[in-house]
Design a protein around this ligand. Structure first.
Ligand SMILES: [Zn+2]
Length: 179
């Protein structure tokens, strides 16, 4: 069991498109365990592999009140369908400075591999569906600030937390000013 240090923005691994994982690789099983241990020790409800410094396609989400109950770990996930966009408030363990209003589908179907390597199809809705999409975005180097309609209007300083950067400067920091 290992609680890993959470990588903070603007570490470049957070803007990396991650590689697929092989469930038969012992390193993948270690990664899965580290994700589970690290999210359990954090104030968050989800964690993706790049957030602990591993550019691989794996994430964990646990939105249930009881730790360990309803834990979802998925490898090489893909969206099958998504519908019902709605705006909600999101935060990220890698950007503890802010929360933001993000619009996402509230009903999703995803497929991927469970840690045993078996194919699974998962139907999810509401808060859990939003968390899953947030974590899946991490696997493509997409952060929640990439999804806000307005960096000026829709991003909020986290209470009691002195931000490390100005949210309006986000495009310059990630070097996407002209894209
Ligand atoms: Zn995040």
């Amino acid at each position: 069991m290992a609680v890993r240090e959470i990588v903070l923005f603007p570490d470049p691994i957070l803007k990396t498109v991650c590689e697929p994982v092989d469930p038969a690789d012992p390193a993948t099983q270690q990664l899965v365990q580290d994700l589970i241990d690290t999210v359990a020790a954090s104030p968050g409800v989800g964690l993706a592999a790049p957030q602990i410094g591993v550019a691989k396609r794996a994430f964990v989400v646990d939105v249930r009140p009881k730790p360990g109950a309803g834990l979802l770990v998925l490898l090489n996930p893909e969206i099958v369908s998504a519908s019902g966009p709605k705006t909600g408030r999101e935060g990220c363990l890698s950007i503890p400075d802010f929360t933001a209003k993000v619009r996402r589908p509230q009903e999703i179907v995803i497929r991927g591999l469970n840690p045993d390597g078996h194919s699974v199809v998962i139907h999810s809705s509401d808060f859990e569906a939003v968390c899953i999409q947030h974590e899946m975005d991490h696997l493509d180097g997409i952060l929640f600030l990439d999804r806000v309609a307005s960096l000026k209007r829709d991003v909020f300083r986290r209470k009691g937390f002195e931000p490390r950067f100005d949210a309006r400067e986000y495009p310059r920091i990630v070097g996407e000013e002209n894209s």
